[in-house]
Design a protein around this ligand. Structure first.
Ligand code: AMP
Ligand code: ZN
Ligand code: FE
Ligand code: FE
Length: 298
C-alpha cells in the first residue's frame, strides 16, 4: 500500500515511514514524565527517535540515553535555551551538543540563576495579591529546573485557579497579574555557545517570534548571520501554509528543517509525543539530514 507523505508529493511505502519527535520536555524541566517514562511513551507511540530538549538543562540526557537503549529508540541529546532576539523572547534548540562543554555549562548555570531570580519575583507579586507560595514548596514541586508551569500547578492545587491554563491567563502569562520578565541572553550569543559545544542551533516554534510570519524572513536571516543552522518548521498549530513558508525559507537559506511536538506530558492537553491535532508527523529523514551537518557526525 502506498500513502501520500504530508511533506512531499512523493508516494512512499507506508512501512518505510518512520517518525520522530525532536522537541520534548521531561521532569528535569517542566514536563510531567521522567526521561524513562518519556521513552516508554515514545515507544508506545511507535517513534524511532526523539530528542530530549528540556529548558535550560541537559540533566535528563543520560537517563534518556539509557532508557532509549532499553526500548530501542535513538536519542539525540538536546536542550531548549531561552534567549532574546530584537527585544523578543526566542527559544533556541541545541542538538547533538557536548553537554560537558565548559561554555555551555556556564551558560546553563547562568540561565538557571536567572530563573531562580525570576521565580522569586513572581512569588513576591503573588504574595502582594495575598497568594502565598512558600519558596520551599516551589523548590519541592520539581526535580530539576523550576519554571512557571510549576507555579501554575501549585496555583491549581491551592484552588486559586480552576486550571493550569487559567493560572497562565490570569497570573503568569506576559502582562498577567504576577508576571515577571526574566533577564535574557542575546540569541547570537546562545547560538555561538551551542556551536562551540559542537551542536546545531535551531529556532524553536518560529511563529512565537512572529505569528503572522510577516517579519519572519528578516528575523531568520538575521539569526542565520549569527550561525543559526535550522528552523522548527513542523510544530503543533502550524498550518500547511505555515509549514510551506518555513520550508521554502529553509531551502533559500540552506537551513535544516526540524519538527517536534513540544511534549510536556499531562500539562499540555492535546499534545502527544510525536504529534498533535494540527501537525504532520515528523519523518526520520529530517534527522538524517540534521546528523549530516553535526560536526561530529553523530
Ligand atoms: P518559563 O520557562 O518559566 O518561562 O515557562 C515557559 C513554559 O510555560 C512553556 O514552555 C510552556 O510549557 C508553558 N507556557 C507558557 N505560556 C503558557 C500559556 N499561556 N499557557 C500554558 N502554558 C504556558
Ligand atoms: Zn515548557
Ligand atoms: Fe519553547
Ligand atoms: Fe519546548
Amino acid at each position: 500500500m502506498t500513502i501520500r507523505s504530508p511533506l512531499s508529493t512523493v508516494n512512499i511505502k507506508k512501512e518505510q515511514l518512520r517518525y520522530i519527535d525532536l522537541h520534548t520536555h521531561s521532569t528535569c524541566s517542566d514536563g510531567t514524565a521522567t526521561p524513562t517514562n518519556l521513552l516508554r511513551e515514545a515507544s508506545e507511540a511507535g517513534l524511532c527517535a526523539i530528542s530530549l530538549t528540556d529548558h535550560d538543562t541537559m540533566a535528563g540526557v543520560p537517563e534518556a540515553l539509557a532508557a532509549g537503549e532499553k526500548v530501542g529508540i535513538e536519542v539525540i541529546p538536546g536542550v531548549e535555551l531561552s534567549a532574546n532576539h530584537d527585544g523578543k523572547e526566542v527559544h533556541i534548540l541545541g542538538y547533538g551538543l557536548d553537554r560537558f562543554n565548559p561554555d555551555l555549562l556556564a551558560l546553563l548555570t547562568d540561565l538557571q540563576l536567572i530563573r531562580k531570580e525570576r521565580n522569586s519575583q513572581i512569588l513576591a507579586k503573588l504574595a502582594k495579591l495575598n497568594i502565598k507560595i512558600d519558596r520551599d514548596e516551589l523548590k519541592a514541586s520539581g526535580s530539576g529546573l523550576i519554571g512557571r508551569p510549576h507555579i501554575a500547578r501549585i496555583l491549581v492545587r491551592q484552588k486559586v485557579v480552576r486550571s493550569f491554563d487559567q493560572a497562565f491567563s490570569k497570573y503568569l502569562k506576559k502582562d498577567g497579574l504576577a508576571y515577571a520578565a526574566a533577564a535574557q541572553f542575546p540569541a547570537s550569543e546562545t547560538i555561538k555557545i551551542i556551536k562551540q559545544a559542537r551542536g546545531l542551533a535551531v529556532l524553536a516554534h518560529p511563529t512565537t517570534l512572529d505569528k503572522s510570519l510577516k517579519r519572519i524572513t528578516e528575523d531568520i536571516k538575521c539569526l542565520h548571520k549569527h550561525g543559526l543552522d535550522g528552523i522548527e518548521a513542523i510544530y503543533p498549530g502550524h498550518s500547511k501554509k505555515t509549514c510551506k513558508t518555513l520550508f521554502s525559507l529553509a531551502e533559500e537559506l540552506d537551513l535544516v528543517i526540524t519538527g517536534g511536538s513540544d511534549f510536556h506530558g499531562a500539562s499540555k492537553q492535546g499534545i502527544n509525543i510525536g504529534g498533535a491535532p494540527v501537525m504532520p508527523p515528523v519523518p526520520y529523514n529530517l534527522l538524517e539530514k540534521l546528523k549530516e551537518r553535526l560536526p561530529l557526525g553523530r
